[in-house]
Write a protein that binds this ligand. Structure first.
Ligand SMILES: NC(=O)c1ccc[n+]([C@@H]2O[C@H](COP(=O)([O-])OP(=O)(O)OC[C@H]3O[C@@H](n4cnc5c(N)ncnc54)[C@H](OP(=O)(O)O)[C@@H]3O)[C@@H](O)[C@H]2O)c1
Length: 274
């Protein structure tokens, strides 16, 4: 029997490339996105279906689960990939920005997990994968709010992993470093610096220079490599929770683990000149 994957946020970047990769491997793919009517690259066929899913609209999540089971009989892998990032000083983040960040990156995943898990438990099978970030393990300057949404996702996923210990359901986290997608463009929600917050302007200007420096991005991972990595992790049959990918991510995490957070932050402050 052919296998079925559902992926959120398949309109671009990691989600789209992963949808294409699973399809190439012969899987049934449900590529979900907020506006499937605009999709140009992913073409529907017997094994590729586009469905509307906005993680902020729980009814679209329920509908996706129901329609996928009607179409393909069952779901083997569900990948929570949809996400974006608030960028800027923590203090400059508005209430609307921080709540929306957690609505999409945390509560959206929570709602998807609760929608698909009854199906997985009924079959005592299935893989639930959440796309986190190395920023779910440590914080990068100006990403305090985005990274804290991924820290929360890490805790939630580890909790679920423990809850399902005695089942055949796999729970996994993929933690990429930098991946050149539209994430740093349209998926960035910058904070505004007004009034006394303009005191942060020089920090923001300085860090934007560092982030756009080719030296900073030289160890990022091409998106097709990430898609293959996600496929391999989703299908390896291993009871493994965390999968870190990227030379940059591995370097950062190794520094943190080996030297401790104080030294890692000292080195990062030096590198980022802050
Ligand atoms: N790129 C990186 O450097 C990097 C590193 C570590 C982790 N990640 C994580 O990887 C995931 C994918 O990011 P990407 O790099 O592929 O960025 P991307 O190309 O900008 O894709 C982001 C995707 O999330 C979708 N999305 C945003 N809000 C949504 C919502 N409310 N409901 C459903 N979909 C929504 C977007 O859909 P629309 O087209 O509708 O906006 C888009 O498909 C994210 O979770 C991100 O945090 C990325």
């Amino acid at each position: 029997m052919s296998q079925t994957v559902v992926i959120t946020g398949s309109s671009s970047g990691i989600g789209k490339t992963t949808a294409q990769y699973f399809h190439q491997q012969g899987w049934n793919v449900v590529a979900t996105m907020r506006t499937p009517e605009k999709e140009q690259d992913l073409k529907e066929d017997d094994r590729m279906k586009l469905m509307r899913l906005d993680v902020q609209e729980p009814s679209t999540i329920e509908e996706t689960v129901t329609k996928t089971i009607e179409t393909f009989g069952h779901i083997d892998v569900w990948i929570n990939n949809a996400g974006y990032g608030v960028m800027g000083p923590v203090e400059a983040t508005t209430d609307v920005q921080v709540r929306r960040q957690f609505d999409v990156n945390y509560f959206g995943v929570f709602d998807c997990m609760r929608a698909v898990l009854p199906h997985f438990r009924e079959r005592n099978a299935g893989t639930l994968m959440n796309i986190s970030s190395v920023g779910g393990l440590l914080v990068l300057p100006l990403f305090g709010v985005y990274n804290s949404s991924k820290f929360a996702l890490e805790g939630l996923t580890e909790g679920l992993y423990l809850d399902l210990s005695s089942t055949n359901i796999f729970v996994k986290l993929v933690e990429p470093g930098g991946v050149p997608t539209e994430f740093n463009g349209r998926s960035m929600d910058p904070t505004e610096l007004t009034g006394s917050l303009t005191e942060y302007q020089s920090l923001v200007d300085n860090l934007q220079k560092v982030y756009s420096d080719p030296n900073t991005t030289k160890n990022s991972t091409p998106v097709d490599k990430v898609a293959k990595f996600i496929y391999d992790a989703a299908t390896d049959g291993k009871d493994q929770l965390r999968y870190l990918i990227g030379k940059d991510a591995k370097q950062l995490w190794t520094l943190r683990r080996r030297l401790g957070y104080k030294t890692q932050i000292k080195l990062m402050r030096k590198a980022f000149k802050i």
